[in-house]
Design a binder for this molecule. Structure first.
Ligand code: CTP
Length: 389
């Protein structure tokens, strides 16, 4: 049985560590918890002991604990040490090699791999000191997850939220899964809509939740690929192990995709706005009457990649159609010099939903996939990409 040593730091997100303990247990792993002093302000040793069905350690200075299990031994008997939430202070002490409590002493004494899931205020995450500490820890071989972006307990918004317990578990499982069939491969994924500003407050966009593209990026990372996810404006957490680049317009997306090359494969799922307008510098006033929007075409990123000198070996596009779905997809495949098109019929309620019915159009055939969750579409497609590369 795999053994996890979970260090719970002192942040409001510590309550999520309870759910993480439950998930780790459910996944068939053993978990021993260490609570920092700060952590004890947010969850009690009793909660973690009950959930982990194991003793919880809180201090270096417990004669009984030390007699039964020395702290060096505690740090070595795990297969993986997980720090969640990893506060700014904990990351700083780890980076500096400070050992002034049980958690940091274990982290300094261990010879086991360490995975840290940060959680802190957005400004603390973006502070030069934290950037420096994360860089140091990465160079030391610690895997530091990207925090989620969203509203925070402190009322601010941005990156700094603890990754969801499911994402932390996925990172743990990936650690044990080894390199995976896509190890050493780089895949670029686009997802979500693009926004084309009309003026400072208005924009043109396509409908897209980003769910399918984000699921594909996550599934590819699970198979070991290095994934660059170029994302339009959506409110989704970054899948574990994925490098995310946020953009707003089609031209920004095109530039980010170009900058991410070379890649072994590209999966362009984004619903790119086909047209843009020259945005007005100031808000258009209603009283001036409806403006005439002069539309000009946006770059077609998929078609550009199809003819690019650094064309990815496997180029995959999506086609959302409302009629003659596979016929139009096949035509698009040939016209844009694409290897595969994943076609879906969007005349129903696919947009924003969790399920999808797709057809995989390749050079020599059309496969009809049964209706399934977007997550399942993602996993099947990622596996097909792994087979093809
Ligand atoms: N795409 C892109 N850049 C664009 C437009 C589309 O990369 N400016 C990509 C999408 O990410 C998707 C595929 O192309 O992979 C979808 O193409 P689509 O917009 O359906 O094709 P069009 O050539 O625009 O055909 P039509 O609008 O006539 O259906």
């Amino acid at each position: 049985m795999r053994r996890i040593l979970l260090i719970v730091g002192g942040g409001i997100a510590a309550y999520k560590a309870c759910e993480l303990v439950r998930l780790i247990r459910k996944a068939g792993m053993r978990v021993t918890c260490v609570l920092t002093e700060g952590g004890q302000h947010f969850v009690t040793p009793m909660t973690l002991a009950a959930l982990s069905e194991n003793q919880v350690y809180t201090t270096l200075w417990d004669l009984k604990d030390e007699a039964e299990m020395g702290h060096i031994q505690l740090s070595r008997q795990a297969d993986l040490i997980v720090v969640a939430p990893a506060t700014a202070d904990l990351l700083a002490r780890m980076a500096a090699g400070i050992a002034d409590d049980l958690a940091t002493t274990l982290l300094l004494a261990t010879d086991k791999p360490v995975l840290a899931a940060p959680a802190m205020n957005v400004r603390m995450w973006q502070h030069a000191a934290t950037r420096r500490n994360v860089a140091t820890l990465s160079a030391d071989g610690v895997t530091v997850m990207e925090p989620d972006e969203g509203p925070m307990a402190c009322g601010e918004y941005g990156p700094g939220r603890l990754p969801e317990p499911e994402a932390i578990l996925a990172a743990i499982e990936r650690h044990f899964a080894g390199p995976g069939p896509l190890a050493g491969r780089h895949v670029v994924v686009t997802a979500g809509p693009t926004h084309e500003p009309i003026d400072p407050v208005r924009y043109i966009a396509n409908r897209s939740s980003g769910k399918q593209g984000f699921a594909i990026a996550g599934a590819l990372a699970e198979l070991g690929a290095r994934v660059t996810l170029v994302a339009g404006p959506v409110t989704l957490p970054t899948p574990a192990g994925v490098e995310r680049i946020d953009i707003e317009t089609a031209r920004e997306m095109a530039a980010a995709v170009e900058a991410a090359l070379p890649a072994d494969a590209a999966v362009l799922v984004a619903a790119v706005a086909d047209w843009r307008v020259e945005p007005a510098a100031h808000k258009l006033k209603k009283g001036d009457g409806p403006p005439a929007l002069a539309l000009s075409p946006n770059p077609d990123i998929l078609a550009t990649l199809g003819e690019h000198p650094e064309r990815p070996r496997l180029l995959i596009g999506f086609a959302a159609e409302t009629e003659r779905v596979t016929a139009q997809a096949a035509e698009k495949r040939a016209r844009k010099h694409v290897d595969w098109i994943v076609a879906n019929d969007v005349s129903g309620d696919v947009m924003g939903g969790d399920r999808n019915t797709v057809h995989l159009v390749t050079a020599d055939r059309i496969e009809d996939w049964e209706p399934m969750d977007k997550e399942d579409v993602a996993h099947r497609l990622a596996q097909r990409i792994a087979d093809a590369l």
